[in-house]
Design a binder for this molecule. Structure first.
Ligand code: UN1
Length: 511
């Protein structure tokens, strides 16, 4: 059951230009692709919403060629003019925020506010990229040679292959596509198999904006599985950069394939994020942050908090509060505005949840709350708290579900060592009111993650910072700060305006 009637759902699909049977590729025109049809399911009901035709390898090839041609034209547009097109795209996304947000809820099960947040993240990225279009700065250097000038400049790179996951079905595309667009690149998007409709809807909006602006079709889409689309794209020498979000196993495969052709990558892979709570922490704040970070999005963010380290003095109290709060989480229809936690994405995710808990118990873990799959249609589970022992192997793995492992510690050094003792390195946080503890956590002897926070949780990063992580998270950085540099090629230029030819390093080459 969902609060959205079938008529309401069809109205949203209509307004976003989606039909019962949608084409799965856009290269400037919507292509009648040749791969099998795939239903997009509503994870809250298990029922199909609409279907999309997937691409064959030949379809991929055609779209990639068109994308390269679009890049060829687009790169000559001045960057601020490219920014103007991105500004129009941001405006159009604002106009469709409600419908797109609802579609995110329908297709991937995010609760309403998170579905809308996803669209807001695209809008924020558009705004950021517009400003950036006038700030693609290079440095100038003082040459060691007389009457020489040295500087660097940034040129467009090419077509960027963007592989996104179901959990941020459009925001992560925007992280890449908005930057790529102002940098003068085209994007070739392979959306998640579980979220094709939101990708189609966004591409249709982008299509209209590009056409109205007289811009080349730089936002391309290829919907299909790894064999038809993913692998050909990663191996395609026409695509100089692959930006991929997904599992560590997927990232390793991509890295291997790219190394064969020395292609570039931005990898955003698994997280296993921890929060440290010290004895002096503001426990009210810590509790609220842990709830959002561990239970929000049903535990399906790469930034989800999966491990909680509690100092001995507050551990019992925090556990009591957590168990009480977990008991009040409203699980259910994500389209219902009061729901806090929606479903997992599919049946396999439910199986992984069960499996991880079985192993956790075998390894000595004790379930304090939750652990069950809900007996209702769709893919719902209980948010779960597990008292864990240090070094339980399952706690070193990322299970994409709302399971939070609880550990205790005595000293901050011990907490940091436990925190860092996992292969992933995405996001981390400490709750403390002590300046020394906070600074230690942020210091070189502290968290080894790409993101480290004080008195806020591990998830829900703003777009203004560079997003990404270390170790098996893959090392990539997307969104804000200077992440744009990955989407351009740097050229170092030395210009001689004199009449002599002095050599660098004092070398003489006299004939
Ligand atoms: C992801 O889960 O792939 O920081 C990205 C966050 C979001 C992005 C998560 N802004 O939680």
């Amino acid at each position: 059951m969902t609060v959205l009637s079938p008529t309401a759902v069809s109205a949203v699909l209509d307004r976003l230009g989606l039909s019962d049977d949608n084409p799965g590729a856009f290269d400037g025109a919507w292509i009648d692709t040749r791969g099998p049809r795939l239903d997009s399911l509503n994870p809250a009901t298990g029922e199909p919403i609409a279907s999309v035709r997937t691409c064959s390898a030949a379809d991929y090839d055609r779209v990639a060629a068109a994308s390269v041609a679009a890049f060829d034209a687009w790169r000559h547009w001045p960057a601020p003019k490219r920014g103007e097109v991105v500004r129009l795209l941001g405006d159009e996304l604002r106009r469709h925020k409600e419908d797109l947000g609802l579609l995110v809820t329908l297709e991937v099960g995010k609760v309403r506010t998170e579905g809308l947040g996803e669209v807001q993240e695209m809008i924020d990225m558009a705004d950021f990229a517009v400003g950036l279009s006038r700030q693609l700065y290079g440095l100038s250097m003082h040459s060691e040679r007389p009457r020489h000038r040295m500087y660097e400049q940034w040129h467009p790179l090419g077509t960027v292959g963007v592989i996104t996951a179901f959990n941020f079905p459009v925001a992560v595309w925007a992280w890449n596509a908005m930057l790529a667009a102002v940098c003068g690149d085209a994007t070739l998007w392979k959306p998640s198999q579980h979220a094709p409709l939101t990708a189609l809807a966004v591409t249709k909006i982008a299509e209209r904006v590009l056409a109205a602006a007289g811009a080349p079709a730089i936002f391309n889409l290829v919907f299909g599985d790894r064999n038809a689309v993913g692998i050909p794209m990663v191996k395609d020498a026409r695509v100089p950069l692959i930006s991929a979000t997904g599992s560590v196993a997927m990232g390793k495969q991509i890295a291997r394939d790219l190394s064969d052709r020395l292609g570039r990558s931005i990898l955003e892979l698994g997280g296993n994020n921890g929060i440290v709570v010290t004895d002096d922490a503001d426990l009210d704040l810590a509790l609220r942050a842990v709830l959002f970070a561990a239970v929000g999005t049903a535990g399906q963010r790469c930034t989800t908090t999966r491990r909680l380290f509690l100092q001995k003095g507050i551990a019992a109290e925090m556990k009591r509060r957590l168990v009480r709060a977990y008991g009040t989480i409203r699980i259910g229809d994500p389209a219902e505005p009061s729901t806090v936690m929606g479903p997992l994405i599919h049946a396999n995710a439910v199986r992984d949840f069960r499996h991880a808990l079985e192993i956790a118990v075998q390894q000595g873990g004790r379930i304090l709350h939750g652990g069950k799959v809900l007996d209702r249609p769709g893919f719902f589970v209980e948010p779960t708290l597990v008292e864990a022992l240090p070094h339980m192997p399952i706690t070193c793995e990322e299970t994409f579900a709302p399971i939070l492992y609880l550990f205790e510690f005595e000293t901050l050094d011990e907490a940091i060592a436990m925190h860092n003792a996992v292969p992933q390195g995405l996001s981390s946080a400490i709750f403390t009111l002590d300046l020394r503890s906070a600074e230690k956590f942020l210091s070189v002897a502290g968290s080894d993650c790409g993101i480290a926070n004080v008195n806020i949780g591990t998830s829900g990063a703003e777009i203004g910072g560079a997003f990404g992580g270390e170790k098996e998270t893959g090392g990539g950085r997307e969104a804000g700060s200077d992440a744009w540099k990955a989407y351009m090629r740097r050229q170092t230029c030395t210009l001689n305006y004199g009449t002599d030819l002095p050599l660098a390093q004092g070398v003489h080459f006299d004939l």
